[in-house]
Design a protein around this ligand. Structure first.
Ligand SMILES: C[S@@+](CC[C@H](N)C(=O)[O-])C[C@H]1O[C@@H](n2cnc3c(N)ncnc32)[C@H](O)[C@@H]1O
Length: 412
């Protein structure tokens, strides 16, 4: 079937169009304004999903995917067929459209969208494991996996680790080693592995999960079970960060730098008599950069003991307190001047916004990694009496549909 696609891009990266019967179709691999031959892959009563088989009339935004594995169906990057500048423009449009549709409001103005370099930016990957024990991306259009011998977005140290790791079910007795060569991780046989490198410290970590496996890895790599005390180190925002194997960190140090710079600008001027709160603080990145520069006091709230432990180490030179607890259980001892919040993809939601609003800060800097949750949280802040005064779109994952939104709210 041949259709002409509309102008809209869905939050999941597909382009929107209409089938001849009037239903909306989410079209993978298409671009706004293109005429495409499609194959419908999923039918629902009021919408359908399709993939592009051929382009009849191409968009000027279309480009040749720079990575050969994109054509083969690698699920790591969904937007390699979109020119880089157009990716940024599309991401900003998806954010604005989400605010209009879900938040029923116009997004506030803000700086021009920015992105990290489009290659070698990732220092962390979570991958499936294929039948031969190789770390592998999930296939975009099937249940299968795709092991790759190169990766456009992975840092070379990480790509090399990916090529050198094998995970197999144990055949013999475990060997109690956790460095280099062959290792045994005491669990069930699992199908996923985290691979991480620290560019500042040069560390490489292999983090199998979900099952007993024998891991073959390069000799310098540390293979870490769930309780292992393995760290890497990154430099970002003018500081050095200790990151435990299971602690969250951004897609790489460039992303951490760009996000921390954007948040520091959004937080505005602070002096040493003032206090900020960093909710969902991870290893302390955002609050640490802002407090490190301004000399203000910092309260960091983080529920993961590993990440909170890293934050204690990372913020030791600052006037900082780390609270190891869920945000829902936290309440401030004194009113902060600025709250920074960087929740997971689902956003703050009603309880999170209530916790932030209850703190009574004059300014809130909200980092959202999903346009829809950004829009829903915007509506909740509006209802709580906060004005959205600026919005920055940043791209920490070029060649994918992922986008970060940094919104500043103020109490009038
Ligand atoms: C998106 S990460 C942000 C981390 C940090 N701001 C950064 O930029 O590196 C979200 C963090 O929130 C933590 N987290 C998730 N749910 C939480 C909760 N209910 N309360 C506190 N922290 C939570 C996670 O462990 C993770 O470290």
């Amino acid at each position: 079937m041949i259709i002409r696609l509309g102008e809209g891009t869905a939050a999941g990266g597909d382009t929107l169009g209409r089938l001849p019967d009037g239903r909306v179709v989410f079209c993978e691999g298409g671009l706004p304004g293109e005429t495409v031959r499609i194959e419908v892959v999923q039918e629902r009563r009021d919408y359908a999903r399709a993939r592009v088989l051929a382009i009849e009339e191409r968009s000027p935004e279309r480009t040749i995917p720079p990575c050969p594995h994109a054509e083969a169906g690698c699920g790591g990057c969904q937007w390699q067929h979109v020119a880089l500048d157009a990716q940024l423009r599309r991401k900003a449009e998806v954010v604005a459209e989400s605010w209009r549709r879900l938040g029923r409001m116009e997004p506030p103005p803000g700086p021009l969208p920015r992105r990290v370099a489009d290659g070698s930016y990732r220092t962390t990957l979570r991958l499936a494991v294929d039948g031969d024990g190789r770390p592998a991306y999930r296939h975009r259009r099937s249940e299968g996996t795709l092991a790759v011998d190169s990766c456009l977005v992975a840092h070379p140290l990480l790509a090399d680790l990916m090529a050198g790791v094998r995970l197999r079910p144990p055949r013999s007795h475990p060997r109690p080693s956790d460095r280099g060569g062959r290792h045994h991780v005491r669990d069930r046989h699992g199908a996923e592995v985290g691979l991480r490198v620290g560019l500042d410290g040069g560390e490489r970590l292999v983090l199998p999960s979900g099952g007993a496996v024998v891991v073959e890895a390069p000799v310098d790599a540390v293979v870490a079970g769930p309780k292992a005390d393995a760290h890497l180190h990154e430099a970002a925002g003018g500081r050095r960060w200790r990151v435990s194997g299971r602690s969250f960190f951004q897609s790489g140090p460039q992303a951490a730098d760009l996000l921390a710079e954007t948040v520091a600008t959004a937080a505005g001027h602070l002096d040493p008599t003032e206090t900020i709160v960093d909710l969902y603080a991870g290893v302390g990145l955002l609050g640490g950069v802002v407090a490190g520069r301004s000399g203000c006091g910092l309260v960091a709230v983080e529920s993961s003991p590993d990440a909170a432990g890293d934050a204690v180490a990372n913020l030791a030179d600052l006037d900082a307190e780390v609270c190891v607890m869920p945000v829902g259980r936290w309440s401030p001892r004194r009113r902060p001047d600025v709250v920074i919040a960087d929740p997971a993809r689902s956003g703050l939601g009603r309880p999170g916004v209530a916790a932030v609003v209850g703190a009574g800060a004059r300014r809130v800097v909200l980092v959202s990694c999903d346009p829809a949750s950004s829009a829903r949280d915007a509506a909740l802040f509006r209802d709580a009496g906060y004005d959205a005064v600026s919005l920055a779109v940043i791209d920490l994952f070029p060649h994918t549909f992922h986008v970060e939104v940094v919104t500043v709210y103020e109490r009038p």
